[in-house]
Ligand binder design. Structure first.
Ligand code: NAD
Ligand code: TYD
Length: 355
């Protein structure tokens, strides 16, 4: 079946994996990647697909309603997979307005463009889909116990990032309830893998170990995150885009909880082994710094609904995933060096000075 699918944020970390999967798996689909190319967007993430005949890149801002409408018209979009967002909690603490603009207004602009274009067609919403990618962070924080976030957990966001994502999730659901748009929302746990911008824990620490820079551990390093390999997230998105129930919500996670400090030790051991350092060589880089404001204690996702209803499960064990990830960053130092030249040093200075 022919389809024209708009993927937003396709030049970012998760988006680039989703674009690659769809372009390669569905040669009959036209994949239109809309991305503003902020600091986090990088077309080098998509070098291997840029020449494919079913792939088109459009540089645009999702907040630019006229530009979004034009893209819907020009490419006759019938499906949206919306990943474009400001995604880093620490940046949201410094600059919440940018998060409200992109994550809330940008999502609304896409929804409204989709509504106007699809409602103007004789078949209206038939065969259409608006898939919004969200995060487990909208659910707030868990205690150190065995509770998990389910699809019924009440929203309780604490950071400007998670508050903006929660707001965008509400808009998406409102467009289903008010206009009948066939929407679906998923809430995923922390992703890791190739092409992640080195402001997030795992690529930042791999790069810092390589340059023998301090590894800034927030607070006591006791916070817990649930880590999922990014290609497993992309596979889940494929399944849910095609088979997920309209107006439904699915949690996506790896049942893979790690205390930050334990994860950091795994990263250090893996990098040291792969670059030939003696065991324990980089432990001295661990540096405890002032905690993140409003730092959520623990995230953990119950993704049984997705498994039971649509048969999705993570394919990679964490040990294998982290080994693959560290190897990828060490083998792709040019990618990392390009990203960390220019503005990055300034960001790093500002983010970590005085902590
Ligand atoms: P990212 O920061 O790596 O990439 C975001 C992309 O969006 C970039 O390519 C950027 O250029 C683009 N973008 C930003 N503002 C834009 C705008 N105004 N117009 C058009 N494009 C714009 O993010 P990511 O980690 O790949 O996350 C993708 C999505 O998945 C986000 O919606 C995020 O909330 C969600 N998510 C991320 C994680 C995670 O662990 N990274 C987990 C769960 C959900
Ligand atoms: P991060 O990768 O920013 O993802 P999120 O905040 O969305 O979960 O951070 C993962 C965890 O690592 C989080 O508990 C904060 C912590 N962290 C540090 O301890 N030091 C750092 O330099 C960074 C970036 C994160």
């Amino acid at each position: 079946m022919k389809r024209n699918i708009l993927i937003t944020g396709g030049a970012g970390f998760i988006g680039s994996h989703v674009v690659r999967l769809f372009v390669e798996k569905y040669p009959d689909y036209n994949i239109i990647n809309l991305d503003k190319l902020t600091y986090a967007g990088n077309l080098a993430n998509l070098k291997d697909v840029e020449q494919k005949p079913n792939y088109t890149f459009v540089k645009a801002d999702i907040c630019d309603f006229d530009a979004v409408c034009e893209i819907f018209d020009k490419y006759d979009i019938d499906g949206v997979i919306h990943l474009a967002a400001e995604s880093h909690v620490d940046r949201s603490i410094k600059d919440p307005f940018t998060f409200a603009r992109t994550n809330v207004i940008g999502t609304l602009s896409l929804l409204q463009a989709a509504r106007l274009k699809w409602e103007a067609k004789p078949e209206r919403y038939e065969g259409k889909r608006f898939y919004h990618i969200s995060t487990d962070e909208v659910y707030g924080a868990l205690e150190f116990d065995d509770t998990l976030f389910t699809e019924q957990t009440k929203y309780d966001p604490h950071s400007p990032y998670s508050a903006s994502k929660a707001s965008s999730d509400h808009f998406v659901r409102a467009f289903h309830d008010t206009y009948g748009m066939p929407t679906v929302v998923t809430n995923c746990s922390n992703n890791y893998g190739p092409y992640q911008f080195p402001e997030k824990l795992i690529p930042l620490f791999i790069n810092n170990i390589r340059h023998r820079r301090p590894l800034p551990v927030y607070g006591k390093g006791e916070n817990v995150r649930d880590w999922l390999y990014v290609e497993d997230h992309a596979r889940a998105i494929d399944v849910i885009f095609h088979e997920g129930k309209v107006a439904d919500t699915y949690n996506i996670g790896g049942f893979n909880e790690w205390r930050n400090i334990d994860l950091i030790k795994v990263i250090i051991r893996t990098v040291d082994r792969l670059i030939g350092n003696p065991e324990g060589y980089s432990d001295e880089l661990i540096t405890y710094v002032t905690d993140r404001a409003g730092h959520d204690l623990r995230y953990a996702i119950d993704s049984r609904k997705l498994k039971n209803e649509l048969g999705w499960e993570p394919s990679l064990q964490f040990e294998e995933g982290i080994e693959k990830t560290v190897r990828w960053y060490l083998d792709n130092q040019e990618w990392m060096d390009n990203i960390t030249s220019g503005e990055y040093e300034k960001y790093y200075e500002e983010m970590y000075k005085g902590r």
